[in-house]
Design a protein around this ligand. Structure first.
Ligand SMILES: Nc1ncnc2c1ncn2[C@@H]1O[C@H](COP(=O)(O)OP(=O)(O)OP(=O)(O)O)[C@@H](O)[C@H]1O
Ligand SMILES: [Mg+2]
Length: 307
């Protein structure tokens, strides 16, 4: 059995008329130490899926197991990095991290907890800013604190929900490389499930990419392997042939799913036109890699309206 096993999971929420089915019959296996990225369009149900894995909510149907145990609430050995930084604004960077260390290792003395928090902040390059409160930190620094908070608890499994999504492009790229170093390189890696809307980020960091096919309800596509050697760095991924093939595969899968769905709901759009958005020229996608940017405007609108 895999470390994380998701089988036949469905989830709905109350809506104006009845219930809104967000996820339908979702199944996924993640091996111990694997890094899996889930990529999909805005509002398709990515955060809902991650919340289910992390035990923050429960499914209507289906089963999720981690390390053989059914998920029933938050695991003490799991760490979550949210879409926004979610730091406590009245605490310093050090105290934000120490609080998480204290929850994970209550047997450590206050001094030992602080020491561990400081070392982890140094690992993410924040050794000089440990006394600052969140509002005195830049967006990139805040996100480093959030990542340090997750790493400092020495988790068995990490759930990352668009951890770099709120950052400007340059900061994002440098933090992507750091995440690759912290989470992707080396032995004894932490099992990680990351949501991202950036295909290149997924290629840089993950072992497998799982496309989420928009609904509603959304389902998962066939996982796509990322057969690139590590260590990987963002700059070298740009012209790498294997990376280009993976990028094309992911974008084509997502675009095809959206085109198919648009046709089902009676807003037919030329598949040729849709594919051209992501696979111009030689078949390789061009420009920024945000999944939303790969979809034609009317399809983006369709995806959002249908929510
Ligand atoms: N607690 C909730 N109650 C009602 N509807 C919800 C709830 N949580 C999510 N939804 C709905 O479920 C759908 C999927 O939301 P979710 O946040 O999972 O999407 P997402 O793919 O993470 O989006 P984004 O890319 O914007 O982060 C949306 O239509 C959202 O409005
Ligand atoms: Mg989300």
């Amino acid at each position: 059995m895999s470390f994380i096993e998701v089988s036949g999971v469905s989830k709905s929420f109350p809506a104006k008329a009845g219930r809104r089915q967000v996820l339908h019959n979702v199944s996924l296996s993640v091996e111990r130490g694997e890094f899996v990225a889930i990529v999909g369009a805005m509002g398709s149900g990515k955060s809902t899926l991650l919340s289910l894995l992390a035990g923050l909510t429960s499914p209507d149907a289906g089963l999720i197991r981690i390390d053989g145990q059914p998920v029933n609430g938050i695991r003490h050995d799991a760490a979550f990095v949210f879409q926004n930084y979610s730091l406590l604004p009245w605490l310093s960077a050090l105290e934000n991290v120490r609080l998480a260390v204290g929850a994970a290792f209550p047997e450590l003395s206050g001094g030992q907890q602080r020491d561990r928090a400081q070392k982890t902040l140094e690992r993410v390059g924040l050794g000089n800013a440990i006394g600052r409160r969140p509002r005195q930190l830049s967006g990139g620094m805040r996100q480093r604190v959030a990542i340090a908070r997750a790493l400092a608890t020495d988790p068995q499994v990490m759930f990352l929900d668009e951890p770099l999504g709120a950052l400007d492009a340059l900061t994002r790229e440098s933090l992507q490389d750091e995440l690759a170093r912290l989470c992707g390189d080396g032995d004894g890696r932490v099992t990680t499930v990351m949501i991202t809307n950036s295909v290149d980020e997924a290629i840089l960091l993950s072992d497998r990419i799982v496309p989420i096919l928009p609904g509603p309800p959304a389902t998962l596509g066939v996982p796509i392997d990322v057969p690139l050697p590590r260590p990987r760095r963002a700059a070298s991924m740009v012209h790498d042939e294997a990376a280009t093939q993976v990028r094309t595969h992911v974008i084509t899968t997502l675009t095809d799913a959206v085109v198919g769905r648009a046709q089902t709901v009676g807003r037919a759009t030329s598949p040729h036109r849709a594919l051209a958005m992501g696979t111009a020229g030689s078949g390789a996608p061009r420009g920024r890699d945000d999944v939303r940017a790969t979809l034609p405007r009317e399809l983006r609108a369709t995806t959002e309206e249908a929510q």
